[in-house]
Design a protein around this ligand. Sequence first.
Ligand code: UD1
Length: 337
Amino acid sequence: MRKVLVTGGVGYIGSHTVVELIEAGYVPVIIDNFSNSEPWIIDRIEEITKTKPTFYEGDCGNKDFLNEVFAEEKEIDSVIHFAAMKSAHESIANPLEYYKNNLCSTLALLEVMSQYKVTKLVFSSSATVYGESDINPIPETAELKNQTSTYGTTKLMCESIIEDVAKSSSLKAISLRYFNPVGAHASALIGELPKGTPNNLVPYITQTAIGLREYLTVYGDDYPTMDGTCIRDFIHVVDLAQAHIAALKHLDITNASTHTKFNVGTGKGESVMGLIKQFESVTSVNLSYKIGPRRAGDIIECFADVSKINSETGWQAKFDLDKALLDSWHWQQSLVT
Ligand code: UD1
């Protein structure tokens, strides 16, 4: 039995990872405070996997709570740390909340892990640590500069904290730098649940297509790219979830304390307009959209060099963008029926 503590395990990426963990024979123990997730997602995980995951409701920044979970569960083999606030936009308006939440939870977790001698950690980082990179595809060695949001800064700071702890202890850690997660589970039982108006592109598209929003605004078509819109690396959330399994396996064969950073993307850049056209083509829906001004803080182009994670763990993305967009669409449709 390989017990894996999953903080934020009811969220978008967390819930898909819990499913993949169960299917790979791990025993996930979820903690979540439902700040950006819904309790019924746990039932959906059970419906998909036919396994009821162990769940504790509480805040990852609360050391007493973490202590109780570690004491109760014993034998926690490793931790995947998702629990964090994740809106780049919101973080600019509420920096203190973002610093407090994202840093304190990571600090509390590292302290309790050390106390219980749990030495393996997979940290949920983001490609946002690269800021506007001079190089594309972006390798892990690229300079980390000018994060465009407090959210991005918190991810970088958490990576630095983990780096220092790994240097001074037996911690073995992997930070997975996610590019743009999209899609949903093929069952359409779990997927992304944005609170209020979505900030991210694909949930905005699916909500517009289903009639919840009048039209999508494309933020700028005058960028120096092929069609003038920004370029991103959209990765299917199930591929992303599987990267966490690859990371856990990699930590098992890592002897010394380390902190390794891996990009998790497809390695292919797609433009915003290209994605819209692809969505229309795979779903046969005509999307209502308008071209608007650029959104402050957006970077022009960002896609991953995935050769490191591929050569060191064997992981690579399996699903294409067609599948991701169809899965997102089916999930959106399931929410209104
Ligand atoms: C943002 C965050 C990133 C985070 C990711 C989660 C930054 C700068 N960005 O990435 O850290 O990991 O969300 O998925 O920190 N767009 C539109 N219209 C819309 C919405 C988006 O045109 O209504 C465009 C944006 O201008 C951008 C692209 O779509 O060019 C992707 O936007 P979005 O889905 O918000 O992701 P990012 O900004 O890349």
